[in-house]
Design a protein around this ligand. Structure first.
Ligand code: PLP
Length: 302
């Protein structure tokens, strides 16, 4: 069974922030209840090309942190196409307490097996991949965040005739696959802006390796570091949901939109620019984030 294209005609929703700039959000978070946003498109060709080869003992292996949207999505894909999945999870300390983590519980319910590896082992992906290739020669090994050439080509599906009508295309950046895909298939007169969830100086080179297009800018929107959630981020996310009815999560899309609002205030975008932000999903992460915030006696994400 192959992965089917999800819901088409994703709505583009206007966000009336001020009169100077026309701001919109493309709701890729609505394409599938469990594999939302960029995840579906990054996995689409990877999974289907693998399944079309009809492997005798198919399985999917991938990597991620404890709250990873990618781990969550891969487990749901495995459940959908009915093949086993294995998650290589960062942090051996989770071995005995993963039941307290909503992302891992969800992945487990989808049938995913886990191997918990130390941060040091996790960092050396090449060694880990070589080992996995030997142990599971028939498995599809999907890199961290799903980013590879097939993923970049899948992201093309996030663009259509309607998205050509914008001057700026904005996306959150983690491993760089999503922005590389948007960039590769953007129009030459469009500017693509990547909002970095992680302040990683190697990202630009990673994007260079995935596409020859150069009409982009990267802006740090990590707000103090990857995965760190400040009170101002929570305030922004909750206010945004109340005003526009759009939920955001605190690691990628929340920080991106907060930075976009700051840029609008600073007149970064010329007057009357049409700005499109991609909602790349990841809303499953809110539950885990709220558990951590609760332990710290802090305000929760609504
Ligand atoms: C919700 C969300 N948005 C954006 C991204 C960034 O995508 P990429 O890793 O392709 O840069 C991710 C990442 O992994 C994500 O989970």
């Amino acid at each position: 069974m192959l992965l089917q294209p999800p819901i088409q005609n994703i709505p583009i929703q206007e966000i009336s922030v001020n009169k100077k700039v026309k701001l919109f959000m493309k709701r890729e978070d609505l394409i599938h209840p469990q594999i939302s946003g960029n995840k579906y498109w990054k996995l689409f060709f990877n999974i289907n090309q693998y399944l079309e080869k009809n492997p005798e003992n198919p399985s999917i292996i991938t990597f991620g942190g404890a709250f990873s949207n990618h781990i969550s999505a891969v487990s749901a894909v495995g459940n959908l196409v009915k093949i086993p999945t294995l998650g290589m999870i960062r942090g051996e300390e989770l071995q005995n307490k993963w039941c307290n983590n909503p992302t891992l519980v969800f992945a487990h319910q989808n049938g995913m097996d886990f191997r918990f590896v130390t941060r040091e082992e996790y960092r050396d992906k090449e060694k880990l991949t070589q080992y996995l290739q030997k142990e599971f020669p028939e498995a599809l090994i999907v890199p961290e965040g799903g980013t590879n050439e097939d993923a970049v080509n899948g992201v093309k599906m996030m663009l259509n005739d309607e998205t050509k009508d914008f001057d700026y295309l904005c996306t959150a950046v983690g491993t760089g696959g999503t922005i590389a895909g948007i960039l590769k298939f953007s129009e030459d007169n469009q500017k693509v802006i990547g909002f970095k969830a992680v302040d990683d100086s190697s990202l630009e080179n990673k994007i260079f390796e995935l596409t020859l297009k150069r009409n982009f800018d990267l802006i740090d929107s990590s707000f103090g570091g990857y995965g760190k959630i400040k009170d101002e981020n929570i305030r922004f996310i909750n206010d945004f949901k109340e005003r526009y009815g759009i939920p955001l999560e605190p690691i990628y899309t929340g920080k991106m939109m907060q930075k976009v609002f700051e840029l609008i205030e600073e007149d970064y975008f010329p007057e009357n620019s049409r700005v499109l932000c991609f909602h790349t999903g990841g809303l499953q992460g809110i539950e885990g984030a709220n558990l951590l915030l609760q332990k710290q006696n802090r305000k929760l994400i609504i």
